[in-house]
Design a protein around this ligand. Structure first.
Ligand code: ADP
Length: 456
């Protein structure tokens, strides 16, 4: 087992990794930017090193600074969390070259699955159900027009290097295709440095369902069931739950076996998530694989009782998975709300100093946060300041728990998405579980359908 792990992240996920290390008896190193000097992850780690100014490109994305920090402190592994460098094949490779263990999949696997067009091809070969689309990147408007005509409108243009819900364009009619194609290429180039895009059938009202998997270095792969992540704004998840009420036990087992086989086919190791769209008939279609721990992993931890971050660490250290698929059981229902520092109506970010902060616990409540009274939320990073996760015997109890927790939460000094979450939790469609990725449109300040493609 590792003696010391450097956590290459900030905020709640850095704390989450530090908690796992403490419980496993592993020392920790926090890295931080000048904006995060007083953060809890710095306070709770055994050692800490400043790796640069507030700007992410100069600190949390600064590979030489992070590797130097690991070498100076003698860390034998790096946990990248999510976001920042978590899906960087480059960091994983540099770690390998420096004899530091990267807690994640092999760099070749990260590179393969990080290219969405290549991932589509590999997964199709492994027997994963796909939406009709282009076989790889599309390099000209003419080719795009042909493919779109053959799969039928609407189609979605996506960046091969896309992520974080960015770099997507929905095209409803042939006359919109040329402009959308050119814009998508330009945007992809600007956002990801790679202009390649591909085409896929656009599903009108799908659910977003994803499967959590874990694979060790001894050929064992298990799935931990699904998460329902249909409540999204601009393709960014807001509320997640496990299990999904739209997935039967039979479907869970069937799709679980599909993802386990697919993971084996690419020799996947460590934690990963297979994301799917599900249509009204219950058909699954592959979207992408995220090669890291996800923001929403706690809902899976709660229904399975498996500590995903500890498993990541054990797997990276070469240990075998300590349980078999047949030992994975699902109990009750778990829901997560992402609390963002933003206006609950306009969604404008609301960084600043928090003066009062209290999220009550009580039975069935878990709060993952690095925020506290008198802490400052810098404007430089993601606006998520806390995750409230609840568990109940069933979905109804979980909803009731989430509501009472949100109603009794006090966050003063900044605006948060808590009032928005309460509106969603009181919505009859949410309560009935009638969910789709378009659910949030009713809660948006601008509802014109044409703006959807603009904002995508
Ligand atoms: P990212 O990597 O940026 O998160 P994804 O491929 O995971 O991108 O897609 C994010 C979201 O975009 C999905 O959850 C879904 O809401 C929407 N989306 C993506 N592809 C399609 C599609 N073919 N049809 C309908 N919606 C889609």
């Amino acid at each position: 087992m590792f003696k010391k792990i450097l956590v290459a992240n900030r905020g709640e996920i850095a704390l989450r990794v530090i908690f796992a290390c403490r419980e496993l008896g592993i020392k920790t190193v926090a890295v931080y930017s000048e904006a995060d000097e007083n953060s809890l992850h710095v306070r709770f780690a055994d050692e800490d090193i400043c790796i640069g100014p507030a700007r992410s490109a100069d600190s949390y994305l600064n590979v030489p600074a992070i590797i130097s920090a690991a070498e100076i402190t003698g860390a034998d592994a790096i946990h990248p969390g999510y976001g920042f460098l978590s899906e960087s094949a480059y960091l994983a490779e540099v770690c390998e070259a420096c004899h530091i263990r990267f807690i994640g999949p092999d760099p070749n696997v990260i590179r393969l699955l990080g290219d969405k067009a290549k991932a589509r091809r590999a997964m199709k070969k492994a027997g994963v159900p796909m939406l009709p689309g282009s076989d790889g990147p599309v390099d000209s408007e003419e080719a795009a027009t042909k493919i779109a005509a053959s799969i039928g409108y609407p189609v979605i243009i996506k960046a091969v290097a896309g992520g974080g819900g960015r770099g997507m364009r929905i095209v409803k009619e042939p006359k919109e295709l040329g402009h959308a194609f050119r814009t998508a290429q330009r945007e992809a180039e600007a956002a990801f440095g790679v202009g390649d895009v591909y085409l896929e059938k656009y599903l009108e009202s799908p659910r977003h369902i994803e499967y959590q998997i874990l694979g060790d270095h001894h050929g064992n792969v298990v799935h931990l069931g699904e998460r329902e992540c249909s409540i999204q704004r601009r393709h960014q998840k807001l509320i997640e739950e496990s299990p999904s009420i739209a997935v039967s036990e039979k479907a869970r087992r069937k799709m679980g076996a599909v993802v386990v086989d697919a993971a084996r086919a690419v020799q996947y190791t460590n934690a990963g998530t297979f994301e799917f769209l599900m249509d009204a008939k219950g058909n699954f279609y592959f979207m992408e694989v995220n090669t890291r721990v996800q923001v929403e992993h706690p809902v899976t931890e709660w229904v399975t009782g498996i500590d995903i971050v500890k498993e990541q660490i054990r797997i990276a250290a070469g240990e075998r998975l300590s349980f078999k698929q047949s030992e994975v059981t699902f109990t009750g229902h778990s829901i997560e709300c992402r609390v963002n520092a933003e206006d609950p109506v306009t969604f404008v970010p609301s960084p600043g100093t928090i003066h009062a902060f209290s999220i009550p616990g009580g039975p069935g409540v878990r709060v993952d946060t690095a925020a506290h009274a008198e802490c400052t939320i810098p404007p430089n990073y993601d606006s998520m300041i806390a995750k409230i996760i609840v568990h109940g015997r069933d979905r109804q109890e979980a909803i009731a728990r989430m509501k009472r927790t949100l109603e009794m939460s006090v966050v003063e000094g900044i605006r948060t998405s808590i009032p928005l979450h309460l509106r969603i939790l009181n919505d009859p469609d949410f309560i009935a579980g009638r969910l789709s990725t378009h659910f949030m449109e009713r809660f948006m300040p601008v509802k014109k359908p044409s703006t959807l493609a603009e904002s995508a």
